[in-house]
Design a protein around this ligand. Sequence first.
Ligand SMILES: *Cc1c(COP(=O)(O)O)cnc(C)c1O
Length: 376
Amino acid sequence: MEFIPVNEPLLNGNEKKYLCECIDTGWISSEGPFVKEFEQKMSETVHRNYGIAVSNGTAALEVAVQALGIDAGDEVIMPTFTIISCAMAVTKVGGIPVFVDSDPFTWNMKVDEIEKKITSRTKAILLVHLYGLPVEVDEILLLAKKYHLKVIEDAAEMHGQTHNGKPCGSFGDISIFSFYPNKHITTGEGGMVVTDDEELAERCRSLRNLCFRKDIRYIHDEISDNYRFTNLQAAVGLAQLERLDEFVERKRAMGRYYTERLCEIKGLRLPIEHTDYANNIYWVYGMVLESEIQVDNRIIQKLLAEKGIGTRTFFWCMHEQPVYRNMGLFKNEKYPNAEYLARKGFYIPSGLALTKEQMDKVILGIKDMIVQISNN
Ligand SMILES: *Cc1c(COP(=O)(O)O)cnc(C)c1O
């Protein structure tokens, strides 16, 4: 039986050609010329002045948090329903993540819950666009202005997406992207920080590279890390970026195809196709079990795996993470919508290399699986 993986990237453009160029010229490290070219093209794509490529999206978040000077005791508001990279970037510097619940339908953070979480220690809002549909940013930007807060935009899943016609990755003080293989554009591993502020950009470049002093090498006034991005990664990234519009179109077609065929099934809450400010780009095609289906996503994952279909459960909430609970954090906090998504949400094969035949198999498998659990 063929196993349909949850994600397979599409690498049949100029990837091989540009990679060969790296090998032929000997430029494979972070000093190679593709890195700057990729930074420039990527930042232009999202209408930003500066792009600083780093080793992955998690590193990009860490660099963003540190560049903004977020420090011990500072509070950063973010969704609890997200990847741990967001919370970790803050707790690593001794900061405190402050969570908000999620919207049950867009799966993004509930913007109307942000203001009541603001205290005198709040330094920033970390907005995260999830699963292909952006968060409504206008309200967040207004709040940031009103309370003098920094805004970090996690656009890791938002390549090619817009919000009211403006590119995701263009909002706030700093935005970040990831180029992990399940994102619309991949470099194997990789990430980028983008900003319009020259000083912040300079700070990010320094943080990316061990905070070497500019005038004298091997002298350091600060501790950071090695988050450098290689010419090999940039070679793949440039080839991928050439096809961004095509990839977004392909993902949207995939989303429509799944929705048309899955919408007749009772008990599945499918992704929202569009809001008044954006059309879904389906980072992945996710869905949430309605309460009438009384199993959780781990059971679904197992049943679909038995049918040769790869899936992933949704994120697990930050306030329920054992690592933070063990640190005594977030003990009595409850975010019912986010907790529901974490237990009932999952996504199905939706990588760029997925074929129509594979999609049809996935659709059939889901239909069979729903009948199977309804009969038990
Ligand atoms: C993928 C992702 C990241 C982290 O990116 P990595 O490159 O895997 O470190 C951060 N935030 C969100 C929302 C993501 O989806």
